[in-house]
Design a protein around this ligand. Structure first.
Ligand code: LCS
Length: 392
């Protein structure tokens, strides 16, 4: 199929109905293994001399449809699906490093990615440094002879800080170091890191790609060579793969990604503006706000600002928790990107594993709250927030 526009690819790419009895919806190949017509076929497939399925940890037709779809969405060559976002992060980071190597990481990452970097350092002596990555010379001086990966979240969970992906990718190219970007907060509809020169893009597919809060999954996209290598090593042998049913739910959710994202972005813009004007709010962190320190960069590398808003409430942890407890429509829950508006307290929830001093360095204090603005009528979302703020 010729490449079509994004909104068309998310619906059609990877599936050919007429090859499946005309079924409009793709089949779920809920099977662990595949039957060979004769012993030689099995031998040839294991030897890589013949295409075809072998065993669902190695590849599965429903999962392969999703891998093809995410690859085109990120404008990359090959996609891989995993059982969670963290299975994707760990397969990529462990696949690109060995003992003695160094990872240069953005100043702030999701709490479990932080935990994984700690584990890699303690158990395998793969060291890491956090870096703001907003100055070219200081990035150059932070790269060591042992740096084999530059790992970036942008926007960073939950502080919404951005990293200039094109700038970091061009420096990394001089050193021959791959740049890996966790694109979970934007989704490929809003930001495509591979088009900016980065090598690998990762998603917690649990979030916007799924969109309905019913799957935990991960996806990664990169060059055919690199992804095939990872498929045969850290994906196959560590084995954190995605189930056919979850792949099917993701294929379904992804069809509506563009329309959902437009609505998330629209709602978030309205809520961010109203939060900013409210006297009980100290500070709003939202890349779509013209006062956001990296507003220009957001406009340069993102199609729109996304559906996540972090804000500091006046007071401390007590006020933050009292506000959350006073909400009626908005759900207190981690995760993001669902139809329902969700609120969480990063210091005691998603980033509780990060030691307090490090959390402060990342910009996460006890007053900070993160809202994943859902698809409800924005007026209803706002009246819930407004009522909550007036009660504390
Ligand atoms: N990367 C980012 C940026 C994330 O926000 C998360 C999960 C992951 C990776 C891991 O993905 P998972 O294994 O959960 O699919 N973030 C969460 C959050 O902010 N709240 O709950 C989970």
């Amino acid at each position: 199929m010729d490449t079509k526009r994004f909104e068309t690819e998310v619906i059609h790419r990877g599936y050919h109905a007429l090859q499946h009895h005309g079924s409009l919806s793709p089949p779920i190949f809920q099977t662990s293994t595949f039957v060979f017509d004769k012993a030689e076929t099995g031998a040839n497939r294991f030897a890589g001399e013949e295409d075809g399925y072998i065993y669902s940890r190695l590849s599965n037709p429903t999962v392969a449809m999703l891998e093809e779809r995410i690859a085109i969405m990120e404008n990359g060559e090959k996609g891989l699906a995993f059982g969670s976002g963290m299975a994707a992060v760990s397969a990529i980071l462990l696949g690109l490093t060995k003992t003695g190597d160094h990872v240069l990481c953005s100043e702030g990452v999701y709490g479990c990615t932080f935990g994984l970097l700690q584990l890699m350092e303690e158990k395998y002596h793969i060291t890491h440094d956090f870096h703001s990555m907003n100055d070219e010379e200081s990035i150059r001086s932070a790269i060591t002879d042992h740096t084999t990966v530059i790992y970036i979240e942008s926007p960073i969970n939950p502080t919404m800080k951005l990293v200039d992906l094109e700038m970091v990718a061009s420096i990394a190219k001089e050193y021959g170091i791959p740049v890996v970007v966790d694109n979970t907060f934007s989704s490929p509809y809003l930001q495509r890191p591979l088009e900016l020169g980065c090598e690998v893009v990762i998603h917690s597919a649990t979030k916007y790609l799924c969109g309905h809060g019913d799957v935990v999954g991960g996806l990664a996209v990169g060059s055919k060579d690199l992804m095939s290598h990872l498929a045969m090593t850290t994906q196959k042998d560590i084995g954190g793969i995605m189930s056919p049913f979850d792949a099917w739910l993701l294929l379904r959710g992804i069809k509506t990604l563009p329309v959902r994202m437009d609505r998330h972005c629209e709602n978030a813009k309205k809520i961010a503006r109203l939060l900013k004007e409210h006297p009980a709010v100290e500070k709003v962190l939202f890349p779509g706000d013209s006062d956001f320190p990296q507003f220009e960069l957001a406009n340069k590398q993102m199609k729109n600002a996304g559906g996540l808003i972090s804000f500091e409430i006046k007071g401390g942890k007590g006020e933050a928790q009292a506000f959350m407890n006073s909400l009626e429509l908005i759900k207190i829950a981690v995760s993001l990107g669902d139809a329902e508006t969700l609120i969480q307290h990063p210091a005691t929830m998603t980033h509780a594993v990060v030691p307090e001093e490090k959390r402060k360095q990342m910009g996460i204090n006890d007053r900070l709250l993160r809202i994943s603005v859902g698809l409800e009528a924005w007026e209803d979302i706002w009246s819930d927030i407004e009522r909550g703020l007036s009660r504390i």
